[in-house]
Design a protein around this ligand. Structure first.
Ligand SMILES: [Mn+2]
Length: 484
């Protein structure tokens, strides 16, 4: 009889938990989830396993799964405060402040003398109050008034002592962009006048584009698709180092989630917008789920813009994000969206073209699903591990491509160890361009280079480069950071 078989299931489960905790500490969250799952298989009545797996899901931004696991922990042991705590933290990460508040109140009830629980409850109450206040003052304003239309950057004076990059006249030039990149590297921001100019001109360009953009790459020309950058400006510069600056001969598509998490999100978005102004037909940008007010409030972009520019820019960026196209099709063959496919079959490209995208992302429907969905290994469709959108299988991908006479689906939205992953029998590629995501995940970044007419995906991977000592999430919602 070997040692393992003499152990009870309860003991084996405890051993697995110890291994899982070690994996968690090494930031191997997927592996930790797998080990906790094995422990749960052997002993499902230990609330600690459920609560710990919930935390690992939170680390992978799988907040829907985290809520499910934490709820299970609460069912198994209603007196276990960690269950409520983990569920509260997951709700918080989803922006569901009221649900989070209820859970933290429960934590406080179970541990009335815990100073940590008291402090977090207080912070949560403050956050809910702030949200209610902001909701109250924004009522009636949102649809009617355009902040962009109210700004004339020409009237903003540039002080003579300003030493940063300057634009003479109305056209963004390559010299300006290069100077701006140098300023950003030295952690200098550009003058508000030029920031306004870039954002407003980019807005005009995006507004005139359809919700689904057809990209034409001429024979022997190439085209590069990048995934999430998430405020990692120095890694963005590294992409340009490896693959060349954008130009008419070297066009790019950045596939959403430019901002949030990383603390150089403003530098990233101004760089991408400036290249859009410089080369409108060589820089394409698609909306990601993080190009939205609710995400930017929680995950850092709002705080960063407030700190580096001012409140007006917060509103302005929110408005421009609502103008970003949702989907791109390269040479009628390659379909590119941030998240993925849909909860119904039979969606045609014309349906996507017809989406009225000039709004904050809705909580359901085609626009929501394009921004939020993920592929799954199983066939068919399943609930989203994130709690928004859905998971779709290889059969869904194949039918969509077939129905629309397409060959390949490229999407981003998920961190991958190698920077990319090929799934669904080669019909779906995930590309993610934020290496060592959040200075924590140890992943590579990737981009895909397509050359016409074959459009064979040529994938290049790269590692993270150093950045100045400003931690990811430095500008994020204080309250959220307490739980990370
Ligand atoms: Mn995303």
């Amino acid at each position: 009889m070997d040692d393992n078989s003499s152990k009870s299931d309860v003991q084996k489960a405890e051993d697995l938990k110890i291994q899982a905790n070690d994996a968690f500490k090494a930031n191997k969250f997927a592996q930790a989830i797998d080990l906790y799952s094995q422990a749960i298989e052997l002993n499902s009545s230990n609330a600690v396993y459920w609560a710990n797996r919930a935390f690992a899901h939170t680390k992978l931004e799988e907040y829907g799964s985290a809520v499910q696991d934490a709820t299970k922990a609460i069912e198994v042991d209603p007196k276990y405060s960690k269950g409520y705590y983990r569920r509260g933290a997951a709700y918080l990460a989803m922006g569901k402040f009221k649900e989070a508040l209820k859970d933290f109140q429960q934590v406080k009830r179970i541990c009335p003398n815990d100073p940590d629980a008291t402090r977090k409850l207080k912070e949560c109450e403050k956050a809910v109050q702030k949200i209610r206040f902001e909701e109250a003052i924004s009522v009636g304003h949102t649809e009617t008034r355009s902040i962009a239309d109210s700004i004339d950057y020409h009237t903003i004076e540039v002080e003579p002592q300003y030493t940063g990059a300057r634009i003479d006249g109305d056209a963004v030039t390559l010299d300006f962009v290069k100077q701006m990149l140098d300023d950003f590297k030295k952690q200098k921001c550009i003058h508000k006048r030029y920031a306004f100019q870039i954002v407003l001109q980019a807005r005009d360009l995006f507004r005139s584009m359809p919700s689904l953009v057809d990209v034409n790459v001429p024979n022997s020309g190439h085209f590069t698709v990048c995934g999430d950058v998430h405020g990692q400006f120095f890694d963005l510069l590294n992409i340009f180092e490896l693959n060349g600056l954008p130009s008419e001969e070297n066009p790019y598509l950045f596939n959403g989630d430019f901002v949030d998490r990383g603390s150089f999100s403003l530098e990233v978005i101004l760089t991408l917008f400036a290249f859009k102004c410089l080369y409108p037909r060589a820089m394409y940008l698609a909306r990601g789920n993080h190009e939205s007010k609710s995400m930017n409030k929680i995950y850092g972009f709002e705080g960063e813009v407030k700190s580096k520019l001012n409140d007006t820019f917060i509103e302005l960026f929110a408005e421009v994000f609502c103008c970003l196209p949702l989907a791109h099709v390269i040479n009628n063959k390659v379909f590119v969206v941030h998240g993925g496919l849909f909860s119904v079959d039979g969606v045609k490209l014309s349906d996507i073209r017809a989406i009225d995208r000039f709004r904050e992302p809705p909580e359901e429907g085609l626009m929501c699903e394009i921004l939020w969905s993920d592929p799954q290994p199983q066939l068919g469709r399943g609930p989203s591990k994130r709690g928004v959108g859905l998971s779709f299988g290889a059969d869904v991908t194949k039918r969509f491509l077939q129905d629309n006479n397409l060959e390949l689906l490229v999407r981003s939205h998920e961190v991958k160890d190698e920077g990319y992953e090929i799934e669904h029998d080669g019909k779906l590629i995930t590309v993610f361009s934020a290496p060592n995501y959040c200075d924590q995940m140890g992943n590579k970044g990737a981009f895909i280079r397509f050359t016409a007419p074959e459009l064979k995906p040529d994938i290049v991977t790269f590692s993270a480069v150093p950045h100045p000592d400003v931690k990811p999430m430095a500008y994020a919602n204080n309250f959220l950071r307490m739980f990370q």
